[in-house]
Design a protein around this ligand. Structure first.
Ligand code: NAP
Length: 243
């Protein structure tokens, strides 16, 4: 279904990003994997993607840095020839109460989660416009819809990502480029890690009664990657948590 298409996936060395990369590769896409620090894990994801017969390469890049992202997109274009699909998945948490949250923790979360998505969209849009097709999928969170005590920085970044998604969807729709978001609930990855009392409480609120898997989120990304009449949508994958 995605044969001949190139997808960039940020945060692809672990968790949801790794599952998304494998799912898109299974649909025939060539995949460019952006990661932060974990080169060995990214190389393993590359290998798992190549099993499906397409091309897979990984690129170390801090998505928070405008010029580094520009350089990386340039390298990807040289290696793959074109870019058709962008999944903004790289994300971090630095939780804390608002009364004591440091400026550095607020800024870093916004820089990676929100500005990182802007940076990649900004540097890929020219490529999308040139080929008159493109698809952007931003991995937001139900925290951006509902808020979450102790996550003011993270929730702000994810709510911002939803606004970014809708504006870009409106702006680029006339040029044949779609932009959607996925809002996962509680997904088992390194990010959710050890269960705390707060996360145990959140699990108990999930109508479907269990945490989701990275593959559940990857399935939603695969749907949006091929849903030609869907743009500006925020698709929750949360077991009913935020309904
Ligand atoms: P994860 O397991 O912690 O993985 C994070 C990924 O992002 C890693 O590949 C990491 O690369 C990469 N990354 C972090 N900072 C980066 C940077 N500055 N530049 C480039 N890459 C960077 O996280 P996850 O749980 O899979 O989450 C993926 C996305 O889903 C995030 O946006 C998160 O907010 C969102 N989400 C997750 C959940 C959940 O319950 N897990 C729920 C809602 C939304 P390295 O390891 O190579 O450094």
């Amino acid at each position: 279904m995605l044969k001949g298409k190139t997808a960039i996936i940020s945060g692809a060395s672990r968790g949801i990003g790794a599952a998304v990369a494998e799912r898109l590769a299974s649909l025939g896409a060539d995949v460019a994997l952006i990661y932060g620090e974990n080169a060995a894990a990214a190389a393993e994801v590359e290998e798992r993607c190549r099993v499906y017969g397409g091309k897979a390469e990984s690129y170390r890049c801090d998505v928070a840095h405008f010029d580094a992202v520009k350089e990386t997109v340039k390298r990807i274009r040289a290696d793959f020839g074109a870019v058709h699909l962008l999944v903004n998945n790289a994300g971090i948490t630095k939780d804390g109460l608002i009364a004591t949250m440091s400026e550095a923790d607020y800024d870093r979360v916004l820089d990676v989660n929100l500005k990182g998505a802007f940076n990649l969209i900004r540097h890929c849009t020219g490529l999308f416009l040139r080929s008159r097709e493109g698809c952007i999928i931003n991995i937001a969170s139900v925290s951006g819809l509902m808020g979450n005590a102790g996550q003011a920085n993270y929730s702000a970044s994810k709510a911002g990502l939803i606004g970014l998604t809708k504006s870009v969807a409106r702006e680029l729709a006339p040029r044949g480029v779609r932009c959607n978001a996925v809002a996962p609930g509680f997904i088992r990855t390194d990010m959710t890690g050890q269960l705390t009392a707060q996360s145990q409480h959140m699990l108990e609120q999930i109508p479907l009664g269990t945490a989701g898997s990275p593959e559940d989120v990857a399935e939603a990304v695969a749907y949006l990657a091929t849903a030609r009449y869907v743009t500006g949508e925020v698709l929750k994958v949360d077991g009913g948590l935020a309904m």
